[in-house]
Design a protein around this ligand. Structure first.
Ligand SMILES: [Fe+2]
Ligand SMILES: [Fe+2]
Length: 329
C-alpha cells in the first residue's frame, strides 16, 4: 500500500523534519549521479515517483491499446506463417503491458487505479495507435517504424535510474527487436513483390511516416517534463536527439526497400552526418492527443468493452485465490 507522505517503512515522524529537505534531495541526486539504481523501498522525491507512475503507466496503456490496430489483421494475415508471427507479436505486447503495470505498482499505485484512469480518459497512451490499419502493409509498417521508434526510445530506458523499470525494459527491448524485424520482413516481401504490392507498401509508408516521427514527442523546446527527467536519469536522450537517431537509421532502410520517405526536404547533411528533415505538423499531433484522431473513440470503446467482458474472469480468479488462501490457513 502507498502511504503518501511516509516512506515505505513509515519510520519518519511527520512534522519533525521536512520530508523533502534539501539534504535528502541532494543525497538522492548524488545517488542518481553515481548511477545507483533507485529501488521501490528507497526514499524518493514525490515528483520523481509521480513522473515514473505517469510514464510507466502511459507506457503500459500504450502496449495494451497498441494490440488493437494489429489485432485487426490477425484473421486476415496472408499466410499461416505470417499469422503465427503476428499472433506472437500481439501476445508479446500484452505481456509488456502486464510487466509494466507491475513495475508501476512498485511505486505504490494499484493496477486497478491505472486501468480506471485509462478507461476514464484521464491517462494517455501513445497517439500512434489512434491511426487505422487499412491494409496488410500497415502491419509491416507498424513493426518496422512504430516498433522501431519504440526501440529507439526504450533501449536507453534499460539504464533508467529506477531499477524495476530498467529491468523490465531489458526483456521488452529484446522482444521489440523481433517486432521490428518481422515488420521489415513484411515490407521487404511487399517491396519485392508485384507492382500492386509495392504500391501498397509505399502507401503505408506515406501514412505512417509522420505519425512515427511524432512518437518521440514534442520538440525539446516545447517538452515540459524533459529537463527534469534527464536530470533524474529517467531519460537519457532528449526527444529531438532520439528522433534524429531514428531518422538516421530508418532512411537508409527505406532506400534499401526502394521506397520513398514522404518528405521532400529530407536530405543527408555531409557536414553533420545527419539527415535534415521537413517541418513536423504539430497541430496534427496535438489534435490526435486531444482525442480527435481517426480512431480514438473506437480504441477506447473496444478497451471498455473488453474490460467489462473480462469482469467474470477477474471474479473467478479472485474466488479461486480466496478458496486456496482459505485452504492454506
Ligand atoms: Fe511492446
Ligand atoms: Fe512491439
Amino acid at each position: 500500500m502507498y502511504t503518501q507522505g511516509l516512506d515505505q517503512q513509515g519510520k519518519e515522524p511527520q512534522g519533525l523534519q521536512p520530508r523533502e529537505s534539501a539534504e535528502r534531495l541532494t543525497a538522492f541526486q548524488a545517488r542518481i549521479d553515481a548511477e545507483e539504481k533507485i529501488e521501490a523501498k528507497d526514499w524518493m522525491p514525490e515528483a520523481y515517483r509521480r513522473t515514473l507512475v505517469r510514464q510507466i503507466s502511459q507506457h503500459a496503456h500504450s502496449e495494451i491499446i497498441g494490440m488493437q490496430p494489429e489485432g485487426n489483421w490477425l484473421t486476415r494475415a496472408p499466410t499461416l506463417r505470417r499469422k503465427c508471427i503476428l499472433l506472437a507479436k500481439v501476445q508479446d505486447e500484452a505481456g509488456h503491458g502486464l510487466y509494466l503495470y507491475s513495475a508501476a505498482e512498485t511505486l505504490g499505485t494499484s493496477r486497478d487505479q491505472m486501468v480506471a484512469d485509462l478507461l476514464s480518459g484521464k491517462a494517455k497512451y501513445s497517439s500512434i495507435f489512434n491511426y487505422p490499419t487499412l491494409t496488410w502493409a500497415d502491419i509491416g509498417t507498424i513493426g518496422w517504424l512504430v516498433d522501431g521508434a519504440a526501440i529507439m526510445n526504450q533501449i536507453p530506458l534499460c539504464r533508467c535510474s529506477y531499477g524495476p523499470y530498467a529491468r523490465a525494459m531489458v526483456r521488452i527491448c529484446k522482444e521489440e527487436s523481433f517486432h521490428q524485424r518481422q515488420g521489415f520482413d513484411i515490407m521487404l516481401a511487399l517491396s519485392r513483390g508485384s507492382a500492386a504490392q509495392k504500391a501498397m507498401a509505399q502507401d503505408a509508408l506515406n501514412r505512417w511516416w509522420w505519425p512515427s516521427i511524432m512518437m518521440f514527442g514534442p520538440s525539446d523546446k516545447d517538452s515540459k517534463h524533459s529537463a527534469q527527467s534527464m536530470a533524474w536519469k529517467i531519460k537519457r536522450f532528449s526527444n529531438d536527439e532520439l528522433r534524429q537517431k531514428f531518422i538516421d537509421v530508418t532512411v537508409p532502410q527505406a532506400d534499401f526497400l526502394g521506397l520513398k520517405v514522404p518528405d521532400d526536404e529530407l536530405e543527408f547533411d555531409q557536414e553533420t552526418a545527419h539527415y535534415r528533415f521537413g517541418e513536423i505538423d504539430w497541430q496534427e499531433f496535438y489534435d490526435v492527443l486531444a482525442g480527435n484522431g481517426p480512431c480514438n473513440r473506437e480504441r477506447m470503446q473496444v478497451r471498455r468493452n473488453a474490460h467489462q467482458g473480462g469482469a467474470w474472469v477477474r471474479e473467478a480468479a479472485q474466488a479461486y485465490a480466496e478458496k486456496h488462501a482459505a485452504q492454506a490457513a
